[in-house]
Design a protein around this ligand. Sequence first.
Ligand code: HAM
Length: 415
Amino acid sequence: MINIPKGTYDILPKDSYKWHKLKENISNIARKYNLKEIVTPMFEHTELFVRGAGNSSDVVNKEMYTFIDKGERSLTLKPESTASVARSFIENGLFNESMPIKFYYISPCFRYEKPQKGRYRQHTQFGLEIYGSNHVLSEVETFLIAKDFFNSLGIDITIVINNLGCEDCRTKYKEKLKDYVESHLPDMCPDCHRRYETNPLRMLDCKSNECKAILKDAPRINDCLCDECNDYFNKIVKYLDALNIKYKIDNSLVRGFDYYTNIVFEFYDGDSTRSQSALGGGGRYNHLVEELGGKPTPVIGFGLGLERILLYLEDLGKTFEDDENVDCYVASITDNVEYVLNLVKDLRKNDISCDYDIVGRGLKAQFKYADKIKAKYVITVGDNEIESNTLIVKNMLNGTQEQVNANDIVNYLKG
Ligand code: HAM
């Protein structure tokens, strides 16, 4: 037997309604907030992620599914969609459209990670990317959208937020951090040696206990922020307060990609912050579009992990109502197959979901099957029923049975 690849999972029919509900909630949010869907391919040129997400990020360095295709091109299954959306924005000239544009996507992402609960090699993100605004209200809009989505699922969210400052602030900070780390470097992990050279900020996100201990007392970015960056951040916080959105400031939050500038954030449930996996994360990235060859364009966005959100809802004991069962099942004990087919066709034409026996079972077995698939009604059709133009309809929820004129069946089932 061939098994499923490690770190992946099947969505079985019994669970697919949960995904439909999630997607329905996302569609509602998209409609309410004027988000526009963008769909990008499953794979891109590897270079996009190396230049986009950055060489110093673990995702690019260690976790990409990269392969050479038959044309000798290096391609990568997308580990995230932010760089793909930026590529599409530039390639399709979307910068000529009226700004801002609020893109959203529901997309699989592929990362070669060590699988564990809530961490897969293929996961799905609901992403938002707001292009063309460097105004603080685009941060506010981002948080409102996330909060509304989480609330629609009954999740009370806390935003953990940090200010990485502008280019100038970060240049100053990187020097300060490197000065501090220099004497400790021999005790730090090989990854941090590399990060020290390529992107010192990423050292703050190191998972090694030795590095964590050393970096505990490192200078923080907030010591290096210019007035403008401080003002910007204070405004965000002011609006979060005014809107009653729960947040925590965490100066050690740097996030895993090189493209972030200014504001970074992660979403956690209720009061437990950073003690368990983030349900989502994002930030502002004002240079990515330019780095990929486009005109300078400010952008802010997030990605929310849909598998983690479903797992979290399960842990909370929250369930969606499975209302996807078929409305009615037509059980037949007649050779007049044409009558049955026409009845089924008519019901479906009238938007009544309907199933019938395509196996050739006896009546009892048909009822058993109807019960199994949780049909709400069973219509029995025999020669007598056809002759009298009267169908027997059983309500499977309360067990009652009625005779219904065949001409009224649609109204009866819809009523
Ligand atoms: P990220 O933090 O790497 O950000 O991923 C976003 C979310 O996807 C995470 O918070 C988590 O919920 C989920 N996630 C990530 N990796 C896995 C995994 N292996 N298994 C299950 N869930 C996972 C990004 O990808 C950025 N592109 C987000 C963004 C959009 N920033 C700006 N715009």
